[in-house]
Design a protein around this ligand. Structure first.
Ligand code: HEM
Length: 341
């Protein structure tokens, strides 16, 4: 990045009091504003021409039309909100790589789900859609939104190592989680995903989500990994057979081992196993032609696009509503301005 521009940007942001340290812990709105400014600037600097990609989960591996089937006969404590009665919903699923654009590099994958035709008012966005956002590792690499803010600051300063290894303020547990979470996966269709942050389930116990493959086949990891081998694997899978995932919830059984406010803690499945509430089916379709990939770039997700029965819980989720709304708006607005030039 042009160093003069970076210095100017730093001064502007420092003047608004954002680089001098995270916002006060109780002021999540200020924290969200700080994140938005930095994220938008990072994305602009990283993509000075062409398309601005998402700050997280930037490489679209593919967007798919899917069916979301709510299971029959769920016990009363699970049958809340979307899961209140059995039903088949149209759905869209996006798979992505978190930070790399070359599939041969190890990375975390993301799975974002939209369920359409949902009855009831949404907490945010438009009515009729329920969104779920998941990652391919059960813990987030940071514990609180304040720590996430420090990571974004370090990214803006192009000094991520400082976030992880600064002797005065190191984040070794974050480094360890990133190390464990990154992998060369055989296919996004073969792996499990987790919400990492908790959500309400009606008036019952908080839950975390996980999505687990239930397809009859899986892919082999190719002996030589190419830049787009993950799309090739998904194409080969769909040419042979449909794709199936089970959508599951894990109720919280206690607040000490299963905290709401520390996203880096994995809730133990021995203490509380995940329970299936729905199934996702994806049939053969052409998802990797240029038009399909371009339209995948325009899709947006937000965990707050949700029925109140599935309200996102905890401070980490709290800041996400504003961040997703304004960073995606900026990304799409900037991209359409650039295309019309
Ligand atoms: C404070 C915490 C977080 C911040 C600031 C944050 C920030 C972002 C941003 C800026 C985007 C791109 C939005 C866009 O341009 O459309 C994004 C996308 C995404 N994030 Fe987060 N994120 C946070 C926590 C999480 C957590 C806990 C998960 C858990 C799984 C997650 C999963 C995802 C996924 C899957 C996407 C891709 C959405 C898509 O397919 O468009 N994020 N995040």
């Amino acid at each position: 990045m042009n160093s003069q521009k970076r210095i100017l940007g730093m001064i502007c942001i420092a003047l608004t009091g954002l680089v001098s340290g995270p916002a006060p812990a109780d002021d999540l709105d200020q924290l969200a504003n700080g994140m938005i400014q930095l994220i938008n600037q990072i994305q602009k600097d990283k993509n000075p021409t062409g398309n601005i990609t998402r700050f997280n989960q930037g490489k679209s591996l593919g967007c798919f039309n899917a069916e979301f089937d709510v299971a029959e006969g769920l016990p009363a404590e699970l049958g809340k909100g979307l899961f209140q009665k059995p039903g088949r919903y149209k759905s869209q699923v996006r798979f992505a790589s978190a930070s790399t654009f070359d599939d041969s590099e190890k990375d975390l994958r993301g799975m974002s789900i939209k369920v359409f035709g949902v009855a009831g008012e949404s907490l945010s966005g438009v009515n009729g859609e329920q969104h779920f956002l998941l990652n391919s590792y059960p813990a987030l690499f940071v514990d609180t939104p304040e720590t996430f803010y420090k990571f974004i600051q370090a990214t803006y300063q192009d000094k991520r190592w400082k976030f992880f290894l600064n002797p005065l303020d190191s984040h070794l547990n974050s480094l360890w989680i990133v190390f464990k979470a990154r992998d060369n996966h055989s296919s996004p269709f073969d792996i499990r995903y987790w919400s990492t942050t908790p959500y309400a389930l009606g008036d019952g116990k908080p839950v975390k989500y996980s999505v687990e493959p239930c397809s009859t086949i899986s892919s082999e990891l190719p002996s030589s990994l190419t830049e787009n081998y993950l799309r090739d694997s998904m194409q080969k899978h769909l040419a042979q057979s449909g794709v199936c995932f089970d959508f599951m919830v894990q109720p919280q059984t206690n607040d000490s081992d299963m905290p709401i406010e520390d996203s880096s803690v994995i809730w133990d499945e021995d203490d509380s196993p995940f329970q299936k509430v729905a199934r996702i089916n994806i049939e053969a379709q052409d998802f990797s032609n240029p038009a399909a990939l371009a339209s995948c770039e325009k899709v947006t997700f937000n965990p707050w696009q949700s029925l109140p029965e599935h309200e996102p819980l905890g401070r980490m989720n709290q800041v996400r509503n504003k961040v997703y709304t304004f960073t995606s708006r900026f990304r799409l607005g900037e991209n359409s301005r650039r295309q019309s030039r």
